[in-house]
Design a protein around this ligand. Structure first.
Ligand code: PLP
Length: 490
């Protein structure tokens, strides 16, 4: 399972000395999970018990547990201990790392994206194609009340043009929450946007000009590709590992070979691979980008949907915002229909505010006021605790259903957050043909080729688990797996 990752880490480091004691212990735990002695969802022995049993210090055991927690192998439950993460399948391998493509290319994806989004929003289809949780899972009565109250009490006050930077109270609440991601922001550092989509669009247009090249992980979120196409930007698809993230050494070689205007990453539980780069790799990437003067546009829209105790550290917290434009929104966690996102653009603030004025003048005021009230009430944390549990459970069901019905050679991601899985079938498999056949059966998913400008990953698909698990969904996955099996054998 994750043993490979630990070994790969060491190989990547070259001739390094023998592993630390905590790494050895982590490897032992992974082996114990691999051989089935510890099952998904099972509790690990207490830190004290392991410390006594192995004659090592408590802090060494904790270090090993935390390492595995960061890797999504274990989950810490407050006041209860460490558990084997429920989402690990174990019977299917992880997807392969994507390969190097050394040339930047223009993007032409808008038709495919529009067609997919139309199917993905069709309620008649089994919803495995939509990268947003169902409104029924997201629904918060307190947010509904906050919106109703804002409209009832001060409807006329809020029916105005807001400032281009956005509602000051909402910016204050967002900057308060930034402390939890390990980065100090002031309300003046934040610009409210229409979803994360406007945030990364503003960021791209602030740092790049038409014809410039933007480096992205590969596979990458098709919304990034669509925006790059519309802005006339080229894309450089970086080789990406499903656990370690983008291949930094390969990126370094590409940066030596030609100019790159920015790097655009979905940084926590990336869409679609589900990767969160380990902090050490993030630091390496930041150092590389800083050396080449390339800004990083970080999209952290899934960061709050973490199954481990802590959320992944965003890049902005590691470089203090020196070279990072941070983008996020409430779309995946609370209210996609409110269209409220934000950007912390750092030194590009003026360019971003100019563009915000030019593109949309300001964001709608009422949803911002309601969200500010909701955040100030403290209700967001309880809401997120509930949502994380539900989505983790959904991913566990989806993983099991894939294991039970897809061909044995199928590979599948094991994200420690978010709500989508990246599924890889053997080379030569055609997920477009599967997509057409699945639509006929009333099932929608996202075919792999929309996640690449060069239309790679035709043998892959992304399945989302944002809906409450049901017989209908289970049956949809089963039929999809059977279809895939038939196509694979023919
Ligand atoms: C990585 C990523 N960023 C942004 C978005 C869209 O965010 P928003 O609805 O806030 O514009 C999505 C939606 O799928 C996404 O996957």
């Amino acid at each position: 399972m994750n043993t490979g990752t630990l070994q790969r880490n060491r190989q990547a480091a070259g001739n390094v000395p023998a592993p630390h004691r905590y790494e050895q212990l982590a490897e032992l735990i992974v082996d114990t999970i691999d051989n089935g002695t510890l099952a998904p969802g099972e509790r690990l022995p207490s830190v004290r018990a392991v410390s006594e049993q192995h004659g090592i210090s408590i802090s060494t055991v904790l270090q090993a547990y935390r390492l595995l927690e960061d890797r999504g192998v274990l989950v810490a439950r407050p006041q209860s201990g460490f558990y084997v993460a429920a989402t690990q399948g174990g019977t299917l391998a992880l997807p392969s790392a994507s390969r190097l493509r050394s040339k930047a290319s223009t993007v032409s994806i808008s038709g495919a994206v529009a067609a997919l989004l139309e199917h993905a929003s069709n309620p008649a289809l089994v919803p495995l194609g939509c990268a947003v949780p169902d409104a029924a899972l997201l629904r918060s009565h307190r947010l509904d009340l906050a919106l109703a109250r804002a409209a009832r009490q001060h409807g006329d006050r809020h029916n105005v043009y807001g400032t281009p930077r956005g509602d000051p109270r909402l910016r204050r609440e967002i900057s308060r929450r930034a402390m939890r991601i390990g980065h100090a922001l002031s309300p003046d550092d934040v610009v409210i946007t229409n979803g994360c989509t406007e945030a990364f669009t503003l960021a791209l247009s602030a740092v790049a000009r038409p014809g410039d090249t933007i480096a992205v992980e590969s596979p990458t979120y098709f919304g990034f590709l669509h925006t790059l196409e519309v802005l006339g930007l080229k894309v450089l698809e970086l080789p990406t590992d499903p656990v370690e993230g983008i291949h930094i050494e390969a990126f370094a070689r590409l940066l030596d070979a030609g100019p790159v205007a920015a790097c655009l990453l979905s940084s926590s539980f990336s869409n679609p691979l589900g990767v969160s780069m380990p902090d050490a790799r993030k630091r390496e990437l930041l150092a590389l980008l800083a050396r080449h003067g390339v800004p990083l546009i970080e999209d952290d829209v899934y960061g709050d949907i973490h199954f481990a105790r802590e959320r992944p550290t965003p890049f902005i917290a590691l470089d203090g915002g020196a070279n990072t434009l941070y983008c996020s929104s409430f779309s995946k966690s609370l209210a996609p229909g409110y269209r409220v996102g934000w950007i912390a653009p750092g030194k590009y603030a003026q360019q971003v505010v100019d563009r915000k004025l030019a593109f949309s003048l300001c964001s709608p005021v009422l949803p911002q006021v309601a969200l500010a009230d909701f955040l100030a009430s403290g209700a967001y944390d309880a809401h997120m605790r509930r949502l994380r549990r539900l989505l983790e459970e959904n991913l566990r069901h989806l993983t099991r259903a894939i294991e039970a019905s897809f061909p044995a050679e199928t590979r599948v991601s094991r994200p420690a957050g978010g709500f989508a899985l990246w599924v890889e079938l053997p080379r030569g498999f055609d997920s477009r043909a599967l997509f057409d056949a699945a639509l006929e059966l009333g099932i929608c998913f996202a075919p792999g080729d929309v996640f690449s400008a060069s239309r790679r990953f035709r043998n892959c698909l992304r399945l989302s688990a944002g809906w409450r698990w049901s017989e209908r969904i289970e049956e949809g996955v089963r039929r999809l797996g059977q279809l895939a099996g038939r196509q694979h054998r023919s």
